[in-house]
Write a protein that binds this ligand. Structure first.
Ligand SMILES: [Zn+2]
Length: 493
């Protein structure tokens, strides 16, 4: 007998935490951060204080109330999970490097092995290094015992080590069964807005379960998704994401490229800049190609350059952009030397290292140089703060600003976008939203389900699970709606 228990990502987009347990053991499929709840309850920085972060995450439901799974060094979480069900987890399998799928791994006890692919690990490490994440949040592959740290400070004779240790790690490969864990689980790559995204085929004694992770059929590697579907046909259970179950819009990566080219060609004598999600390698490649086809030099933010270099270094299979013609934007961070004094504390470790390596090449380009020859460049940034860099460059009025990321999903993100819009107006930029989603739209979701023909569908990662019922039950496809914390017993006989 096997049970699927949904501990997060239910009735909401992101925060996936799927618990699969039975006689043979227990695993997590993703242990993501519930960004929505975090935003709802986080006030200033006080909430994050280490001695109460775990307790408060349990209190407000950012973390599920189960016991036996959380790190033991963070104090006093007992009151919320004293009577909770206890699990002994054999492995936490991560589907891809988006925070809403792996961000809560840092709260798991240090003995639980984390399973990822090589490229996924590199992407997550890149994010941790370049995002300035501090505290517990960055301990995805490592673990630092905070309790022992304090005890040692109090009692100098206490000898237990406080060194950061690595969490046990399982590196899996596409198409190969993950070794050393319960159930027969095969990772299969799928197409999404970040490379190294995997769906899974899970065989238990009772049932075959397919988990899509985040998926689309309209991206550049849609063949991955098609291959995934072929491998999970006739599964007993299909756990499928439904971010866009109420949206039929279609725009492919090729559409994005063509539209970017059209808009760029209209901007003679002016600057063109674009904002992308920082891990969307396909989009970065598209924009570099579009820039080159318009005869402009692509200029990458240092974080994007770091991302590509990281993937190059691990010899990832991910298709990377051509980097021969690109330049890297030299940010001003110091007070002296016009902002370019690398010894300044404001150039953080990775950034300083990156710039030092490039200092004697012709790869670095400063805002002053871009400012003088605005129509020669196409800037590709990955953070909303790029508006400050644009202010340095002083784009000619009417310059193009392409927003090539997802639409804001909630109020909080909308407020941030409003600020960007304020800058766009202040700098008199001409903005366009040109984007292809990382998620399958309604018609593609239905296509995937009909091709898989599962006995039962469980929608996750969606605000509208009931929409699946409406759309599918007329075709006699059974849809199970599971509430958060609820579960399904797969004793199918
Ligand atoms: Zn995702």
């Amino acid at each position: 007998m096997v049970n699927i228990c949904l501990l997060g990502g239910v009735g909401e987009i992101g925060g996936n935490k799927i618990l699969l347990y039975g006689k043979d053991g227990a695993i997590f499929l993703d242990f993501g951060l519930n960004l929505k709840k975090k935003r709802e309850y986080m006030v200033g920085y006080g909430f994050e204080r280490i001695n109460r972060v775990l307790r408060n995450y349990l209190r407000v439901g950012i973390l599920p109330k189960i016991s036996g799974v959380y790190r033991e060094d963070l104090a006093a979480n007992e009151e919320f999970i004293y009577n909770a069900r206890e699990f002994s987890i054999d492995c936490c399998i991560v589907s891809h490097g988006h925070l809403d799928h792996y961000g809560s791994v840092a709260f798991l006890k240090k003995e639980i092995p984390i399973a990822v692919s090589k490229s996924m690990k590199a992407l997550i490490e890149h994010s941790i290094e370049t995002s300035g994440r501090t505290g517990i949040d960055k301990e995805i592959f490592t673990f630092r015992d905070r309790k022992i740290e304090e005890i040692r400070k109090k009692d100098k004779t206490y000898e237990e080590s406080v060194d950061e240790v690595d969490r046990p790690l399982i590196i899996f490969e596409e198409g190969k069964k993950i070794e050393g864990i319960p159930f027969d689980i095969t990772p299969l790559p799928v197409d999404h807005s970040i490379p190294a995204t995997f769906g899974f085929r899970i065989e238990t004694r009772d049932a075959v379960i397919a988990y899509t992770s985040d998926i689309r059929l309209h991206g550049v590697v849609s063949k991955y998704t098609e291959n995934f579907i072929q491998n999970v046909i006739n599964s007993d259970i299909l756990l499928i994401e439904g971010t866009r179950i109420q949206d039929s819009a279609t725009r492919t990566e090729e559409d994005v490229k063509n539209q970017v080219i059209t808009e760029t060609l209209k901007k003679n004598g002016k600057l063109v800049s674009a904002l992308v999600s920082s891990l969307d390698v396909d989009r970065i490649r598209t924009l570099i190609q579009a820039a080159e086809e318009c005869g402009r030099i692509p200029v990458l933010s240092p974080r994007i350059y770091h991302l590509i270099k990281t993937l190059e270094e691990v010899e990832s299979k991910v298709k990377l952009p051509r980097m021969e013609n690109v330049k890297i934007y030299f940010e001003k961070r110091s007070i002296i030397d016009n902002g370019y004094f690398l010894e300044s504390a404001y150039f953080r470790g990775w950034l300083k290292k990156l710039y030092e390596k490039l200092l004697n090449s012709d790869k670095l380009i400063k805002s002053e140089d871009i400012s003088k020859h605005q129509d020669e460049y196409f800037l590709i940034f990955n953070s909303l703060q790029c508006v400050f860099e644009l202010a340095e460059i002083k784009p000619r009025p009417g310059s193009l600003f392409i927003e090539s990321t997802s639409e804001p999903h909630d109020e909080e993100q909308e407020i941030e976008w409003e600020k960007v819009e304020n800058w766009v107006n202040l700098l008199r930029l001409d903005s366009r939203w040109i984007h292809a989603s990382g998620h399958a739209n309604r018609e593609d979701l239905i296509t995937i389900i009909k091709q898989v023909r599962p006995k039962r569908v469980i929608p996750i990662h969606t605000e509208n699970p009931r929409e699946f019922k409406k759309l599918l039950e007329k075709d006699n496809i059974r849809v199970e709606i599971i509430e958060e914390g609820g579960e399904l017993n797969l004793d199918l006989n």
